[in-house]
Design a binder for this molecule. Sequence first.
Ligand code: PMP
Length: 350
Amino acid sequence: MRTEVEQTFGALSKIVGNTPLLGIHFEYRGQQHVIYAKSEQVNMTGSIKDRMALYIMKTAYAEGRIRPGDTIAEATSGNTGISFAAIGRALGHPVKIFMPSWMSHERQDLIRCYGAEIVLVSAEQGGFLGSIRMAEEFAASRSDVFLPRQFSNLGNTEAHETTTGPEIWAQLESAGLCPDAFVAGVGTGGTVMGVGRCLRGRNPYVKLHPVEPAESPTISTGYKVGKHRIQGISDEFIPTLVDLTVLDSIVAVSDGDSILMAQKLASSLGLAVGISSGCNFLAALKVQEELGPDAVVATVFADDNKKYLSTDLTRVEPVRPDYLAPEVALTGISALQRICSCCERGQEVR
Ligand code: PMP
């Protein structure tokens, strides 16, 4: 007999991960290109962070590090809070989220809709680092708190090493392709490090590029400089999960260019993705420009646009001469289907 918790995990596993891999076809400076992007907006709560939250919760249960009724407390810029709120509530846990106060209203409302409590942390209270400190202090003050600690929990990287990475490999393989490079914007770094470890294990020559906003670097400087509008990446420090020594060069993309690209993906192809997806696409294009137009470059569309309806994503964004998005003419999509559960192979659908 399966317990109720096992049954819930079984159901959640059906709606988290195993996403389609999209081929985005486009013309750029007179040449035809394809970039491959995992369609992570189809996850349970609409973002890639569901993978990490589900994996960390499964591991915590398996290792007896969480008890029924324990409160889950996490510091997050949004998507992680939404994922832990949904998955935590599905498992019957109270959830408390510490979040910088300037994150989009949609994020705050969604977390509340999932039945979690939010503590908003202002810039004066320490912003992102203040959120982490306050979550730790809350846990230290009680004996019934589970802290996922997404920035340092190895389960975050393992989630991508054991799910996102193998999916990308199998889906590309189903089309006779092998990845030359993987790029991803760095929030916790779980995506780029975990997918990277999987792909490098199968092709030691694959390039792995972390991505950050051009106007507000963090990983190339070690601390946060300036401000940017790509919510979900480049927080205020280099997360402990990130090991720059195993990664290739850092790719910088402007937030305005990312907004224009995300807008174009929605208006030309019907792919209503968030700002970091526009950023990842342009970073993938920059890497492809270095490797050659036939290079197989993969990335992720981390979430959809619904959390950004009150942001500059829905406004007219001024074009600057150095932007790439205006030169990208999107021509179509193909989909490398989800992994087949019986043979674990990707199936191409055109
Ligand atoms: N894009 C968005 C929209 C995100 O919410 C996140 C997670 N913070 C990322 C990208 C970066 O993913 P990771 O934390 O795995 O580096």
